[in-house]
Design a protein around this ligand. Structure first.
Ligand code: NAD
Length: 502
């Protein structure tokens, strides 16, 4: 952070206008492949935050009255415009995350899928009706928007995660204040411009910038009804505790430690490919990355094949089509992972492949880390206990599927897991008994499509209703139940002194 006025400042998006902030504090946005500064982002002032929230509250009064098909049509236009700008968005996203182009396109695509789902908002907002709950009385429910909703997003999916949030909230009739990650604000700004081009009315989406201070202001603000958060565990706990303390509805998606169980009967060629892709893809900076392989019985014999496959994988800049993944987001993030690798070695895990001293030609200042593979890890080691969020795969050996299930259920996280096996009974047992919210069977990263919801459990999620799908509509709305009688004649039955309808 520095105190100088920025050269290429990222604006705020308040009341439909791009405004330069009068912030005193600015944060540098860097390209992680070079660490060159590509923009600076303001820590919005209280007046600016107040203006965004006040505008969102004012616009809500009109937006909630806009007919549902019109709101759906906005999302239909938006998904088309996003598709038209898919490559351009992916390039921008690559510049601030370092993701390779194909993976950046995937990030945008998974967001577009949510917008497609938001275009179905009419059927998602249908209430229920029961006729004749008592004589001539009908009951029905109405699904109504809440007001101003707020989203706070992480660095690792600059398109997908904002798109998990604001399209569903706005389609449901709310207005939305987004505080994107200060490390990757550029993609969010472009998403907003394209939303405007799609026909979004002024002020339904507002974007403010900053870090903890700005987030805490949003968490305390009386006008904001919901907080959607995605990020690290300590911050997720803070957001959930503070947001609910302030009587808001909160969904807070947190960190993860995702295990893949490999049974001895699995197709080992596929296992090796999927383990490598799902552990080091995106430099391991995915909340659904597989970071632990639990090798059951003879499956432990795949370590040499895994080592060979890992050694072939190289990181590189986003425009190098041969590079498997990009750099870590920052020098601090790289340093953290390096320390964990060191701890793994000191605590007695076998470092089969060590990516600590990786370099990439032409990019001497990038935050590079090569693929790293540990075997023989145990549950008391830091590399098992902590979310590494780097291109590191930790292998553990167990004797039985039951042991693997117990190991995973004892881990505090519950975001995603998978099993690779040829045996239906083993897969069925695993899917039934595992205490994890998203399960893959011969699928390594089981991120549900948007007609389902993103259903992390336990230490990976604080709240009740999850992101996108039907659960998001319930999160962003209130249910009103109407009980109605229309008299077509006088009913001479006198006052009803009971609670029963008649
Ligand atoms: P982070 O927690 O550092 O930041 C997330 C957001 O919180 C940012 O907008 C940031 O400005 C804000 N923030 C940071 N510190 C804060 C504080 N003290 N008080 C209030 N707000 C604060 O997370 P990150 O490093 O950007 O993202 C990586 C983390 O996100 C990983 O732990 C990853 O597992 C997690 N993640 C989880 C999911 C999921 O669905 N469960 C998805 C993606 C990422």
């Amino acid at each position: 952070m520095n105190d100088t006025n920025p050269i290429s400042p990222v604006p705020l998006y308040i009341d439909g206008e791009y405004k330069q902030s009068s912030a005193q504090q600015w944060i540098e946005v860097t390209n992680p492949a070079t660490n060159a500064v590509i923009a600076t982002v303001p820590c919005a002032t209280e007046l600016e935050l107040e203006a965004a929230i006040a505008s969102a509250a004012e616009i809500f009064k009109h937006w909630r009255e806009v007919p549902v098909p019109e709101r759906a049509r906005l999302m239909l236009s938006y998904q088309q415009i996003l598709k038209d700008h898919h490559d351009e968005l992916a390039e921008l996203l690559s510049s601030e995350t370092g993701k390779n182009f194909a993976d950046a396109k995937g990030d945008v695509w998974r967001g577009i899928e949510v917008v497609e789902q938001a275009a179905n908002i009419a059927s998602l907002m249908m209430g229920e009706t029961v006729e004749n709950v008592a004589s001539d009385i009908d009951s029905y429910s109405l699904i109504q928007p809440l007001g101003v909703c707020c989203g706070i997003t992480p660095f690792n999916f600059p398109a997908m995660i904002p798109l998990w949030m604001f399209p569903m909230a706005i389609a449901a009739g709310n207005t939305f204040v987004l505080k994107p990650s200060e490390q990757v604000p550029l993609t969010a700004m472009r998403l907003a411009e394209l939303f405007e081009q799609a026909g979004a009315p002024r002020g339904v989406l507002q974007i403010v910038h900053g870090g903890k201070e700005q987030v805490d202001y949003l968490l305390a603000h009386q006008t904001i009804r919901t907080i959607s958060f995605v990020g690290s565990v300590p911050v997720a706990k803070h957001i959930y505790q503070t947001g609910t303390h302030n009587l808001k509805r909160v969904q807070a998606f947190a960190g993860a430690k995702n295990h893949m169980v490999v049974m001895p009967d699995a197709n080992m060629g596929q296992v090796v490919n999927h383990l490598v892709g799902s552990s080091v893809g995106a430099a391991g900076q995915r909340c659904m990355a597989i970071s632990v392989a639990v090798l059951v019985g003879k499956a432990n014999e795949i370590i040499p094949a895994l080592r060979t496959a890992m050694e072939k994988v190289k990181p590189g800049p986003s425009d190098d089509s041969k590079a498997a993944y990009g750099p870590l987001i920052s020098p601090a993030a790289k340093q953290r992972v390096l320390q964990l690798i060191e701890q793994g070695k000191q605590q007695g895990a076998i470092c089969e492949v060590d990516g600590s001293s990786c370099t990439v030609e032409g990019y001497p200042n990038g935050n590079w880390l090569g693929p790293t593979l540990f075997s023989g890890a145990t549950t008391d080691m830091a590399i098992y206990q902590q979310e590494i969020f780097g291109p590191v795969l930790v292998c553990m050996a167990v004797d039985t599927l039951d042991e693997a299930i117990t190991l995973i259920n004892n881990n505090p996280y519950g975001n995603g897991t998978s099993i690779f096996t040829a045996c239906g009974a083993a897969a069925r047992k695993f899917q039934h008994r595992i205490q994890v919210g998203q399960v893959g069977i011969n699928v390594p990263i089981p991120v549900p499509l948007p007609f389902f919801s993103f259903t992390g459990w336990r230490g990976s999620f604080y709240g009740d209703l999850h992101a996108y799908g039907k659960q998001a509509v319930r999160f962003y709305t209130e249910t009103k139940t109407v009980t109605a009688r229309w008299f077509d004649e006088d009913i001479p039955d006198g006052p009803n002194m009971t609670i029963h309808l008649r």
